[in-house]
Write a protein that binds this ligand. Structure first.
Ligand code: MG
Length: 332
């Protein structure tokens, strides 16, 4: 590794994985951590536990703000383990001189999103640092959820599963990018930032046989599929044509040279479910506005174990790799 920490080491992709495994996993090594799930499963499989820090810039963007994101992010990681979010902590690091009005707006967004999840903040911390020591405000949330369905794990995916995605890809990444580049959006493009608790609960209530769930945040769907292929020792074969991408996101990708599968999402998740439940799962997802265009994107094989393969409409195959480089710092 390099002598100093690089921006790429926070990208949710290859360099980020290297930093985590060589520094943090190496030091903290234990069976729970090594499962590398969205949330740790603790207390005899009854509770899920997760933490996330939020540094997004700009703080306010089309479709959300750092407060909404800070609650969605942690609650979604709990939901991805089949858990109902219950208790959160909220720690803030605020730069001296930060607008009190903006702070109130951010906290109000958090409150609103907590209600969506049926969760409460039960502990917190506030630090104010001198001007320039932090950019405006950073928020950390940690959450505990009650597991509604045991056994969901990204280590158990097999050829009996199909892979679905809950909605069109890359809206959060494209929105933040457009905002930073000062691109005027004449379209309806907005971040997908949303809580996924209700959708996951509906899937569980409908008895869908869920093998694994993961929200496609930093590193996008590419990162999720590559993590799953490695963790479950499988090959994921993606039908490239089936990947849902809106015209708006496609346009921004063209302009800036990105791939929508690598862009971050904040209310989009990937599902591995038993083949026979594909119809049922899609029907449940289509009942929610946020997942009305959910679709199957991939099959599981053992052709290239640990790899993700993209099948083009021309019948050609290429590997879809874990994203590398400085994708987009401070996306979340
Ligand atoms: Mg996650």
């Amino acid at each position: 590794m390099t002598k100093t920490v690089t921006l790429a080491m926070g990208n949710g992709g290859e360099e980020n994985n290297e930093l985590i495994s060589k520094v943090f996993y190496k030091a903290f090594q234990n069976d729970i951590l090594e499962k590398s799930e969205d949330a740790a499963v603790i207390h005899g499989g009854e509770m899920a536990f997760s933490t996330d820090s939020f540094t997004v810039s700009p703080l306010f963007f089309s479709g959300g703000d750092i407060g909404k994101l800070a609650v969605c992010g942690t609650c979604n990681d709990l939901a991805m383990m089949g858990a109902k979010p219950k208790y959160l902590t909220c720690s803030v690091i605020i730069e001296e001189g930060f607008s009190m009005d903006e702070l109130q707006t951010i906290v109000a967004s958090m409150k609103k999103e907590l209600e969506v999840n049926g969760a409460i903040v039960v502990s917190g911390d506030t630090k104010v640092v001198p001007r320039g020591s932090v950019d405006k405000i950073f928020i950390n949330t940690t959450g505990i959820g009650e597991i509604q369905k045991k056994g969901i794990s990204s280590n158990n995916i097999s050829e009996d599963d199909v892979i679905l995605v809950s909605r069109d890809l890359g809206c959060h990444g494209a929105t933040i990018f457009a905002a930073r580049e000062g691109i005027e959006l004449t379209s309806n493009l907005q971040s997908d930032c949303a809580s996924l608790t209700l959708q996951v609960q509906a899937l569980i209530d409908a008895d869908v046989q869920i093998t694994a769930l993961r929200d496609a945040t930093r590193g996008g769907v590419s990162a999720v599929l590559n993590e799953w292929a490695k963790q479950s020792s499988i090959c994921i074969e993606v039908d490239e044509e089936s990947l849902p991408v809106s015209q708006e996101v496609y346009g921004i990708c063209e302009m800036l040279g990105f791939e929508a599968v690598n862009l971050a999402n904040e209310g989009t998740f990937v599902l591995a479910i038993k083949k026979e439940d594909e119809e049922k799962a899609l029907e449940v997802l289509h009942g929610f506005e946020n997942s009305s265009n959910a679709v199957k994107i991939a099959n599981v094989t053992v052709e290239y174990v640990g790899k993700v393969v993209l099948l083009s409409s021309y019948g050609t195959k290429r590997f879809l790799e874990t994203p590398t480089g400085e994708l987009l710092p401070r996306i979340c």
